[in-house]
Design a protein around this ligand. Structure first.
Ligand code: FAD
Length: 416
């Protein structure tokens, strides 16, 4: 049935109906209800991934993070329910997994990021048992909470692979929620953070604050530790350290693992990819470097922003504006400033709301020192942001108050 699809040329084809793809479709149709759009998306469900941290911390119901994908595919758009497998940008065609092709005038790539679980030896076999969990999977996030809740002492490890990953703060957010639980319940656990990178966070302004939060919990940062193997039954994790890639092992009672991540394979192997495998776009216009009728949004792009839903929310209006301009034969003038936000759950009840843009600019939505964990931000994270997100998927982006602000004062004493 799909083999005759190339007889029709869609005005816009969107690859991926997740945070970026669904929002672009909804917003495009809000502006131009007559647009002939196809969305290529294989999944039955869409997930509000940012709440998986709260699920893992015992503060959110996992079922509330899942909704039917059909709710977010606009009625006017054609839903092609299969995977894209390749791109032929010289022919303006996308190859689907059944071998058929669809043709487009404009293409938007929004296929997210790939989780490379198998790159860590022994990990897949032990996930969900032996005290090994990950908030990076819907089915596993509740097990993270079970591990935290059941810990009675011993060592708790929290790993972080090399960047880029989606939500760079997520590996440490769950550490804080666990450490807070141990503290409240008088559990003597030895808490270790093991990031492959050299600091707590990519933006020094926030990293300094997070050093203090770690110290407040008595948690140990072990920088430059890259997880390479897990032996679940013997509760042993092996890390590579240093340029000579020496192996060191840690015993653990529980371990939260964040998988290595990369561009989806079908993008990596396509003409749309840059050397690292991401869709090669201009970091401001989100338009492809070589193919002017191709745009990309979200985690799959080469734009050097922090890969978050917050970034998607800032990118979508820019992409849609530039795509509508292109459809009207006008120049693309809208520019994305690199905005991203990372609500760091420093305890159950408080969040440090890190907001920033390209070049490490500090761009908070509120005129308050963003290094200070606040209760108000916890409620924003738990109640406001999920609502904002589900609405965003229909193309309604909600308020955007972020602005560059300067905070010269020395770092105050922080209470997580
Ligand atoms: P996604 O929303 O993942 O959508 C990608 C879509 O592409 C999916 O629907 C997928 O099925 C589809 N797809 C994949 N391959 C193909 C293919 N071959 N063909 C067709 N379709 C395909 N962000 C924040 O802003 N704040 C947070 O606090 C936060 N916390 C997070 C915590 C965790 C544990 C995780 C996992 C993520 C978190 N994020 C957070 C990140 C956020 O969820 C992502 O950055 C965001 O979803 C990216 O949107 P996207 O559209 O690029 O990708």
């Amino acid at each position: 049935m799909t083999n005759d699809i190339t007889t029709h040329k869609y005005r816009v084809v969107i690859i991926g109906g997740g945070a970026g793809g669904a929002s672009v479709a909804g917003r495009l149709l809000d502006h131009r209800a007559d647009l002939d759009i196809a969305i290529v998306e294989p999944s039955e469900y869409h997930y509000y991934q940012p709440a998986w941290t709260l699920v893992g911390g015992g503060a959110y119901d996992s079922k509330a993070t899942r909704r039917a994908e059909a709710d977010f595919i606009p009625k006017q758009a054609k839903w092609i329910k299969q995977r894209a497998q390749g791109f032929e940008p010289e022919l303006n065609q996308v190859v689907l997994e059944d071998g058929s092709r669809i043709a487009y005038e404009y293409l938007v790539v929004a296929a997210g990021i790939q989780l490379d679980w198998t790159k860590i030896e022994g990990l897949e076999a032990t996930l969900g048992k032996n005290g090994v969990s990950s908030n990076y999977r819907y089915d596993l996030a509740p097990y993270t909470w079970e591990c935290i809740r059941k810990l009675r002492g011993g060592r708790a490890l929290f790993t972080q692979p090399p960047m880029p990953i989606k939500c760079a703060g997520a590996p440490q957010k769950i550490l804080y929620l666990a450490a807070d639980h141990f503290r409240r319940n008088g559990i003597k656990a030895e808490v270790h953070f093991l990031p492959a990178g050299p600091s707590m966070f990519g933006v020094p302004f926030y990293s300094d604050a997070l050093d203090q939060i770690m110290a407040a919990y008595g948690a140990t940062p072990n920088f430059g530790h890259n997880l390479v193997a897990v032996d679940g039954p013997h509760k042993k994790a092996t890390f590579e350290i240093g340029a000579e890639k020496k192996h060191v092992s840690f015993d653990f009672e529980m371990m939260h693992v964040v998988p290595p991540q990369s561009a989806p394979d079908f993008i990596k192997s396509s003409p749309l990819a840059n050397e690292a495998g991401w869709v090669a776009v201009d970091k401001n216009s989100l338009r492809h470097d070589k193919y002017a009728n191709v745009f990309a949004v979200g985690d799959c792009t080469s734009a050097p922003n922090s890969k978050t839903a917050a970034a998607v929310r800032a990118q979508v209006p820019v992409l849609v504006s530039n795509l509508l301009a292109a459809l009207n034969g006008k120049p693309a003038t809208a520019a994305y400033d690199g905005y991203a936000s990372c609500p760091l759950t420093t305890s159950r009840g408080k969040v440090l709301l890190a907001e920033f843009a390209y070049g490490g600019a500090i761009t908070p939505s509120f005129a308050l020192d963003p290094r200070i964990p606040r209760r108000m931000y916890w409620w924003i994270k738990k109640f406001f942001l999920p609502r904002l997100y589900w609405r965003m998927l229909s193309g309604h982006m909600g308020p955007d108050w972020h602005a560059e602000r300067k905070f010269k004062k020395p770092l105050p004493t922080l209470v997580p």
